[in-house]
Design a protein around this ligand. Structure first.
Ligand SMILES: NC(=O)c1ccc[n+]([C@@H]2O[C@H](COP(=O)([O-])OP(=O)(O)OC[C@H]3O[C@@H](n4cnc5c(N)ncnc54)[C@H](O)[C@@H]3O)[C@@H](O)[C@H]2O)c1
Length: 268
């Protein structure tokens, strides 16, 4: 018996990275998974892989910047599997070229990131919650980011959108808890998805790791297992929370790595 046996799960942005790992973990633990992604081919291939391993999944097209497309994703899920029990609102974008500091950021990009990173979460909830109410409950998990808590030299829109995801999570938890619907978020630190590996030079990866409390980088499975935990009925009293999965990167005094190096202590 899997930890989410028989539940119907929607994973947005499930063709790659964190979403892909989560779709695989949920399927392995018995869920029927709808993988919804802009990259339809990738979503279909991910679903085929799950099916070839004995799981249940379909891959469908989603444009998370469009209300109609999110609505269709939920409708197709209900058509195929009868309801929605788990919604992983995971799609999110960043743009290192246009999402800059306050004086230089592109305002159209601000709007686009707010639509894809934040409004899509609201709309996913809007269309999934009525089915969850009908089913007697459900679990919604939103992907935030440590950028919700720690500011940066650039990526202003990204950070603001993810901070709003953290707060929206509390609103949904407050408003629909009476229907046995839980809503939590996960805030990843740097997770070495294939895209992150491509974007960050080995030097930058090493610099980043220097500030981790743990001696390794995060991997998509680290988030996937946290989402599984939040999705399962094992934590039926947990709602409105954001779990920070970041290897202790943002813990403690920021000068600790320098102090360790100066003192000859073990360091990353
Ligand atoms: N990787 C990290 O270090 C990290 C850290 C913090 C937060 N996050 C968050 O985790 C989530 C997943 O990130 P990832 O690193 O796995 O990214 P990724 O780029 O590997 O995967 C994102 C997926 O979303 C899909 N997508 C993009 N725009 C879409 C749209 N408009 N509609 C539908 N699908 C769309 C892409 O096709 C892709 O398959 C995002 O919300 C991201 O902000 C990632």
């Amino acid at each position: 018996m899997g930890r989410v046996q028989g539940k119907v799960a929607v994973v947005t942005g499930g063709a790659s990275g964190i979403g892909l790992a989560t779709a695989q973990v949920l399927a392995k633990e018995g869920a029927k998974v709808v993988i919804a992604d802009f990259n339809q081919k990738g979503a279909e291939e991910a679903a085929q892989e799950i099916v070839s391993q004995g799981g249940e999944a379909i891959g469908i097209f989603l444009d998370a910047s469009k209300e109609e497309s999110i609505k269709e994703t939920i409708e197709k899920t209900v058509e195929k599997y009868g309801t929605v029990n788990i919604l992983f609102n995971n799609v999110g974008l960043t743009n290192l070229k246009k999402d800059l500091d306050v004086l230089n950021l592109d305002l159209d990009e601000w709007d686009r990131l707010m639509d894809v990173n934040l409004k899509s979460v609201l709309i996913g909830c809007k269309y999934a919650i009525p089915h969850m109410i009908e089913a007697g409950g459900g679990s919604i998990i939103n992907t935030a980011s440590m950028a919700a808590f720690a500011s940066d030299a650039i990526r202003t829109a990204y950070g603001a959108s993810k901070a709003a995801v953290v707060h929206l999570t509390k609103y949904v938890a407050t408003q629909y808890g009476m229907h046995n619907i839980r809503c939590n978020a996960v805030a990843p630190g740097l997770i070495l998805t294939p895209a992150a590996k491509n974007n960050l030079s080995p030097e930058l990866q090493k610099t980043f790791m220097r500030y981790n409390a743990l001696p390794y980088h995060g991997e998509p499975e680290d988030i996937a297992n946290t989402v599984l935990f939040l999705a399962s009925d094992e934590v039926k009293f947990l709602t409105g929370q954001t779990i920070e999965v970041e290897g202790g990167h943002y813990l403690g005094n920021p000068t600790i790595p320098d102090f360790r190096a100066m003192s000859g202590m073990k360091s990353n």
